[in-house]
Design a protein around this ligand. Structure first.
Ligand SMILES: NC(=O)c1ccc[n+]([C@@H]2O[C@H](COP(=O)([O-])OP(=O)(O)OC[C@H]3O[C@@H](n4cnc5c(N)ncnc54)[C@H](O)[C@@H]3O)[C@@H](O)[C@H]2O)c1
Length: 363
């Protein structure tokens, strides 16, 4: 005997709704993103290898584009008290998917973002959709937050200087994520080969983060002497010179082609977010350095989540040069989307849409 209506509705959140529900609040995104790293370290997740449509080899992602689908399940029930005591929001206990196409010509040709995304969150009992939301913002924010969490765990305490290469969407959230996670930061030097982009971003971000944001003159000027370096570009060829890394630097390589694979020989510690996913995608510099014989697979220390939960060691001394090379995990998107969805539900934000009034063909 059915005890409920068979109507199915979900909450629809366009990007403006996500913003009203705290989607640009980096302190919240940091909590949601660290929650997903923590549960990854605990093994309380399911993350299948992401299918990618590309119209060529790995490098065609930077020229033609790609379409990725990122399904995942994230738990947390078993760690409810620990999550709450760490300020990591609480359990997620559900599944969802981010569908994220990327077209590199969009910003210059149409003024549109390179990537757009849609996220679906499911009801854990029925597996019917409970929320469909813009994932463009969630995805950008969680990527910046992932670098922030990495900086929290892998940078030297008291880091003062950040060097940022990239003035696109991810460049902006890298700046927001690292500045919010590392309050000791005083200066961020920003570089891109297009001086107008640098000028625009420096103006835009002034006052939005606690550190002073200033234009760098060159790649070297941004990277040399920096405690934390973030590269988030659409570069098609490497430009990072490992001689520029100071002792003790943390370099977060979010994009793919900035650092030459040979440079990883000069690094003391290499950390990823999920080595299985990195290998499967096949484009990250950490994987290409192994594939091309510059380093052995054993040189990959492991996944950041395992460092966060204390399964493996992170930084051992202040002189180590560390590279963090994340591929990006669907559980970050699910965790952050769940945070935004919960806020929106509590505050009555968004529109309820029906999937159907009554399901056809089911008796
Ligand atoms: N690892 C992850 O989790 C993750 C998540 C999201 C995006 N990404 C990657 O981040 C990268 C950037 O994405 P985006 O959304 O900011 O793209 P975007 O198009 O908004 O911005 C890219 C920026 O790179 C700059 N650029 C291009 N060539 C450059 C070069 N040689 N040197 C310096 N700057 C250069 C462009 O001027 C532009 O400002 C992409 O490669 C994307 O795949 C990674």
């Amino acid at each position: 005997m059915l005890n409920r209506s068979r109507k199915v509705e979900f909450l629809y959140l366009q990007q403006e709704d996500c913003i009203k529900a705290g989607g640009l609040d980096m302190s919240g995104t940091l909590k949601a993103t660290e929650r997903s790293f923590f549960l990854h370290g605990k093994g309380d997740y399911i993350l299948p290898a992401k299918p990618v449509i590309r119209w060529g080899g790995e490098d065609s992602e930077e020229t033609i584009g790609r379409i990725m689908s990122m399904p995942s399940w994230l738990g947390g029930e078993k760690y409810r008290d620990e999550l709450i005591s760490k300020g990591l929001l609480g359990p997620v206990n559900t599944s969802g998917i981010k569908f994220i196409p990327s077209k590199p010509h969009n910003p210059a040709k149409y003024g549109l973002p390179r990537a757009n995304a849609i996220i679906i969150i499911l009801d854990p009992d029925t597996l019917m959709p409970v929320c469909i939301l813009d994932g463009t913002l969630v995805s950008a924010m969680r990527t910046g937050a992932a670098s922030g969490v990495a900086a929290r765990y892998l940078a030297n305490p008291g880091a003062k200087t950040m060097g940022l290469i990239g003035t696109g969407v991810q460049g902006r959230t890298q700046l927001m994520g690292v500045c919010a996670a590392v309050p000791s930061l005083e200066i961020c030097k920003v570089y891109s080969p297009n001086p107008e982009h640098v000028k625009g971003m420096v103006e835009e971000m002034k006052g939005k983060v606690d550190a002073e944001v200033r234009a760098a003159e060159s790649y070297e000027d941004a990277i040399a002497g920096s405690d934390i370096i973030c590269t988030a570009t659409m570069a098609k060829a490497p430009y990072v010179n490992p001689d520029w890394w100071k002792k003790g630097a943390l370099h977060v390589e979010t994009s793919f082609w900035d650092t030459p694979p040979s440079a990883l020989k000069e690094v003391d510690v290499i950390v990823v977010d999920d080595w299985f996913q990195v290998k499967h995608h096949g484009a990250d510099v950490a994987w290409r350095a192994v594939r091309d014989g510059f380093i052995k697979e054993e040189a990959i220390r492991g996944n950041l989540g395992d460092i966060i939960v204390g399964k493996i060691e992170g930084r051992r001394d202040e002189k180590e040069r560390i590279v963090f090379n994340p591929i990006g995990m669907g559980i970050h998107d699910l965790s952050e989307a769940h945070r935004v969805f919960q806020n929106a539900s509590q505050e009555g934000i968004g529109r309820t849409l029906p999937l159907w009034e009554s399901p056809a063909l089911c008796g």
